[in-house]
Design a protein around this ligand. Structure first.
Ligand SMILES: Cc1cc2nc3c(=O)[nH]c(=O)nc-3n(C[C@H](O)[C@H](O)[C@H](O)COP(=O)(O)OP(=O)(O)OC[C@H]3O[C@@H](n4cnc5c(N)ncnc54)[C@H](O)[C@@H]3O)c2cc1C
Length: 563
């Protein structure tokens, strides 16, 4: 006969028992799970609830699905609209040219998981990088001279900055250093430096240097893509990637039109409340929404219990930069072959320092779209101002630059049509006082219930300092958090060797790899750290951190988390 004590334990196990051994597919489980209240229909219960169907959410869902985990994505957008900040539009507003409203480039083609996805899904991509045409206030200028000088001045600045930062522990605005270095330059170099600041800082970090961190702005990595760092664009639009990822998940894996408003978590799991809709229940939740939606006194999702203070502080410290993308279609009869030709990748305007950030970089989309189409980037305060301006004024401002480039005062604004000019809050950047990697790690850290079990996980472009602000970074954070959930759920830490092929690119049957993606989603047991043997194979191991330093001494080990 069962003793009262054993009966009570069995009863509790039935009611709240863990389901570590289950291996249910995406979709419904056959039995009611501990995290699913008895009165709730099974369709509202999934082991892992993922919020957001951007690259991070889709990456997480695919990783969980391929490991037999039950997961559901809740997405606020209307049906079939996946991809978040990856949107391609192709309708009368874009003159039926497929244009990418936000993410448009694969930043670093070789070894980039997005390149791999493009190959898997047969999405046509074209590398674009080498061929620049430069203009300044006098019109066209010779490419080799100007590009050499741009590189020389930039290289001088990075060396100067290294020395300037020595001994500084208090962060300050990067602009202070820029001004000091600029004072050391002659007039010609000042112009080159002005372009460098626009192109390498503003257009990359999506904000003015005055808002960026002196100490950390360049400590974050952007390019996954191996030594060449080449950039590629999609002939028919980036959105084909999230669309394929979503369709791989199968029907019913994404609940559209579902705006999440609250996440409650505790020892029984998580409850996700939605606006005007049902609540969903799960054992874990992965939140992938953009950081700015979690900032301030009225975040769009509230947490119960509230997130730990250090997590909230990191969220509020993060800065979302603004990068406008303006697509400019030229009238076919006024085809601008006189100031750029069809083989040019980028058309660049080297502005005076006073105009940093205004119309300096244009991508020639004639190569990919076979239309006289330029894509212009503007960032920071000027970009935010642009978003409030009427279209005729924007045309006027850009045509001032076109007049100079075209070598004519008669540039007719009627010969251009603006197809799209961008939106606010684009992607995370590195503001003053935001520490790398600490604050990024805090954004990525999961939150546990009061029993110490992780329940709320965070993925998305702002949760990685290796590749923030990119589609590839977002995708990899989804894989990372899916793996963290699986490790939490099963208690099993996969042998890093078993996961190797997931993060060596390209996966080559002959065992030769051109690039190694940081395997930040390979989890080691608590108290262990991932290291790679410093040999040709870069064998991964999880080791006790106490011995890492001694291994370094013997030059046997490199730590993949070091930049
Ligand atoms: C102008 C611009 C240019 C860029 N250029 C590039 C580039 O060239 N190359 C590159 O690699 N990257 C680029 N990026 C960055 C890239 O687009 C992002 O890093 C990446 O797409 C972010 O993916 P994510 O999954 O983290 O977030 P998102 O794509 O923002 O996904 C989050 C999802 O959550 C949903 N959501 C939000 N709130 C809720 C809620 N309460 N309930 C339910 N769902 C919700 C959203 O609808 C969205 O679908 C660019 C971004 C911008 C804005």
């Amino acid at each position: 006969m069962m003793s009262k004590k054993i009966f009570a334990i069995v009863f509790l196990l039935i009611l709240f028992g863990p389901t570590f051994t289950e291996n249910s597919a995406m979709g419904q489980n056959n039995q009611q799970q501990s995290y699913c209240p008895q009165t709730v229909e099974k369709k509202y219960c999934h082991k892992v609830i993922i919020i957001g169907a951007g690259m991070a959410g889709l990456g997480a869902a695919n990783e969980l699905k391929s490991n037999g985990f039950d997961a559901l994505i809740l997405e606020s957008s209307p049906a079939k609209l996946v991809g978040g900040r990856v949107i391609t539009e192709n309708d009368s507003r874009t003159h039926y040219i497929p244009i990418d409203l936000h993410a448009s480039e694969i930043a670093g083609t070789i070894g980039n998981p997005i390149t791999e996805l493009a190959q898997k899904y047969n999405s046509s991509i074209l590398q674009t990088w080498n061929n620049y045409t430069y203009y300044d206030h006098k019109g066209l200028i010779g490419n080799p001279q100007i590009s050499n000088n741009l590189n020389n001045v930039w290289s001088k600045f990075t060396k100067w900055l290294h020395v300037y930062r020595i001994g500084k522990t208090e962060d300050e605005s990067l602009q202070i250093a820029i001004n000091k270095f600029n004072d050391t330059l002659g007039e010609n170099d000042k112009k080159s430096f002005s372009y460098d600041v626009s192109s390498y800082i503003g257009n990359t970090y999506a904000d003015d240097a005055k808002y960026l961190s002196l100490l950390y702005w360049d400590k974050i990595g952007y390019i996954v893509g191996g030594p060449s760092g080449t950039i590629s664009v999609f002939a028919n639009g980036f959105a084909s990637i999230p669309e394929h990822l979503a369709s791989d998940l199968g029907n019913g894996s994404i609940q559209y039109n579902t705006l999440v408003t609250k996440i409650s978590y505790g020892q029984n799991g998580v409850q996700i409340d939605t606006k005007g809709g049902p609540s969903y229940y799960g054992k874990y939740v992965i939140c992938t929404i953009p950081t700015y939606l979690l900032q301030g006194d009225h975040p769009s999702i509230t947490f119960d219990p509230a997130l730990p203070q250090n997590k909230t502080d990191a969220i509020n410290k993060m800065l979302m930069g603004t990068l406008t993308q303006t697509y400019i279609l030229f009238n076919k009869t006024a085809m601008p072959a006189n100031f750029w030709n069809s083989t040019t990748d980028y058309v660049s305007y080297v502005p005076p320092m006073t105009e940093t950030g205004h119309w300096t970089l244009f991508m020639n989309l004639y190569k990919t779209k076979h239309q006289p189409l330029l894509l212009a980037w503007n960032y920071g305060d000027y970009a935010r101002q642009m978003l409030t301006e009427p279209e005729y004024q924007i045309k006027q401002e850009m045509s001032n630059v076109f007049k100079i480039m075209n070598g004519s005062n008669n540039f007719d604004t009627k010969s251009i049509t603006i197809l799209y000019k961008g939106a606010k809050y684009d992607y995370s950047t590195s503001p003053i006082g935001f520490k790398v990697p600490n604050d990024f790690d805090m954004l990525a850290s999961p939150v546990a219930d009061n029993n110490g079990t992780n329940r709320v996980f965070f993925a998305g472009e702002a949760t990685t300092w290796h590749y923030p602000a990119t589609t590839d970074g977002a995708f990899l954070t989804g894989l990372r958090e899916a793996n963290r959930v699986m490790v939490t759920d099963t208690g099993k830490y996969p042998n890093p060797l078993e996961q190797e092929n997931n993060w060596r690119y390209p996966p080559d049957p002959n065992g030769k790899h051109t690039w190694l993606t940081f395997p930040e989603y390979v989890m080691c047991k608590p108290g262990h750290t991932l290291v790679l043997k410093n040999d040709a194979e870069k064998t991964p191991m999880c080791v006790n951190p106490d011995i890492v330093e001694s291994l370094f001494d013997k030059h046997l080990i490199i730590n993949p988390t070091l930049p």
